[in-house]
Write a protein that binds this ligand. Structure first.
Ligand code: SF4
Length: 422
């Protein structure tokens, strides 16, 4: 058996004829290109199966982009054989935007959603719980604190929506009090094929009072905003780094960035949803744009909140400039608050962040743990190993699936684990 049997979201339509099967999938789409069946998962991640391999299941053909018909095999056997084949094909999954390797975390993947800061669920014992259903971004911002975007060469992760929701809801039972869910992915969340379904599921949970989501706004349309506006708990945190089109392109790191579209999105969404606009001010890049942003926001009929952020240098980020000293930054902000009569400073109290129940850690710093390697890590050259319901990042280890490994834990804060091979 080649790895765990993957649970797809089949809406199997069963033919009455005994030796015929039809497999239909919501999250997969298919395209036959020459002698290859190209499979797209959640609109962004692709892999392939050779048509000759498919022939070994039985004669087959595509009925539509989501449906395969097999003849000369019954439904159950076709489902099992195709699932095994697809599990194997996932080893070659790639993010179509970049060609970077991608890992699909589904309920039978054997990879927990707790333990890593880049994917899954990050619970910092506060009333804001972060969820990260995917990685990958369609921009390439000059200041990106995680070096994400089109030039990224990191490995990506994508999580099955129902797996994420069920693990999160179990955590909510443990937390036992109302919380905000922050969809704060390392990338652009509206590239995630199941994002609207995810938001709808979160909206329905009585213990979630707010669903906030960081987005660059490029993927949003008026029709989508109209649908999102039905989610009364939703708050969009939108980037807006410049008004001048050329400076905006420079900040976004791509030549076809369309600031006009993003401004329309902000204006339309602000009239329908709770919106926070969050520009990042980068020394010598867009300092002069900040007053234009404030004036533009102040001129909107329905004003979103505006929270200008100071650019900070990060070890793993793009660092095109020096930081603006905090005293100078706050002086600028205060001056603009007075000049434009607008609130620009927001604190923890504005967002009512509280401490919540501590989640037990199965192991702690300096412990030596027996784990099993399950995936490559976000940064090439390292692996993700699994032990006791947590993932552990281990740098400088060659990936071999299901290899046992002894790990010395070097970091355990907030149930995020990093270790080294012993
Ligand atoms: S939109 Fe966000 S994730 Fe994407 S490159 Fe810009 S800062 Fe990074």
């Amino acid at each position: 058996m080649a790895g765990p049997l993957i649970v797809l979201d089949p809406i199997f339509k069963i033919y009455k004829t005994k030796y015929m099967a039809i497999l239909t999938f919501e999250t997969l789409s298919f395209q036959q290109i020459g002698d290859v069946l190209k499979i797209t998962l959640l609109k962004l991640y692709t892999t392939e199966i050779l048509c000759s391999e498919m022939d070994r299941i039985s004669p087959w053909k595509l009925i539509d982009a989501h449906t395969i018909e097999f003849t000369k095999i019954d439904q159950e056997k076709a489902e099992i054989k195709f699932s095994h084949m697809f599990s194997k094909a996932l080893d070659s999954l790639k993010t179509s935007l970049t060609g970077n390797k991608a890992t699909y975390l589904h309920r039978n993947s054997g990879i927990p959603l707790f333990g890593n800061v880049a994917f899954g669920i990050v619970y910092r014992e506060s009333s804001i719980i972060e969820i990260k259903p995917m990685n990958g971004c369609n921009l390439d911002c000059v200041y990106c604190s995680i070096s994400e975007g089109l030039s990224s060469r990191k490995n990506d992760f994508v999580v099955e929506k129902d797996y994420m929701v069920s693990e999160l809801f179990t955590l909510l039972e443990f937390v036992g009090e109302p919380v905000e869910i922050h969809i704060g992915v390392q990338g652009e969340p509206f590239l995630y094929g199941d994002i609207e379904g995810l938001i709808t599921d979160l909206q329905a949970h009585p213990m979630i009072h707010t669903i906030s989501i960081d987005t660059n706004g490029t993927m949003l349309s008026k029709a989508m905003i109209d649908r999102l506006a039905l989610c009364t708990k939703l708050q969009l945190n939108l980037s807006l780094d410049a008004i001048d089109p050329d400076i905006a392109k420079k900040m976004a790191g791509i030549t076809n960035y369309n600031i006009k579209h993003v401004l329309e999105v902000i204006s339309y969404a602000s009239a329908r949803l709770n919106v926070i606009v969050a520009p990042v001010m980068v020394k010598k890049y867009n300092e002069a744009e900040m007053e234009k942003v404030i004036a533009w926001i102040a001129g909107l009929e329905v004003q979103p909140k505006l929270g200008i952020q100071n650019f900070l240098r990060y070890k793993t980020g793009r660092n095109p400039a020096q930081e603006i000293p905090w005293d100078k930054f706050y002086k600028l902000i205060e001056g603009w608050e007075t000049k434009y009569k607008i609130k620009l400073r927001w604190s923890k109290d504005d967002f009512k962040i509280r401490e919540t129940k501590k989640l037990p850690k199965p192991f702690k710093k300096a412990d030596v743990v027996n784990a099993i390697v399950k995936s490559v890590d976000r940064f090439p050259g390292g692996v993700i190993a699994v032990a006791q319901g947590r993932t552990i990042s281990i740098p400088d280890v060659e990936f071999r699936r299901d290899m046992p490994i002894k790990v010395k834990i070097a970091r355990d804060k907030h149930n995020i684990f990093v270790g080294s091979k012993v």
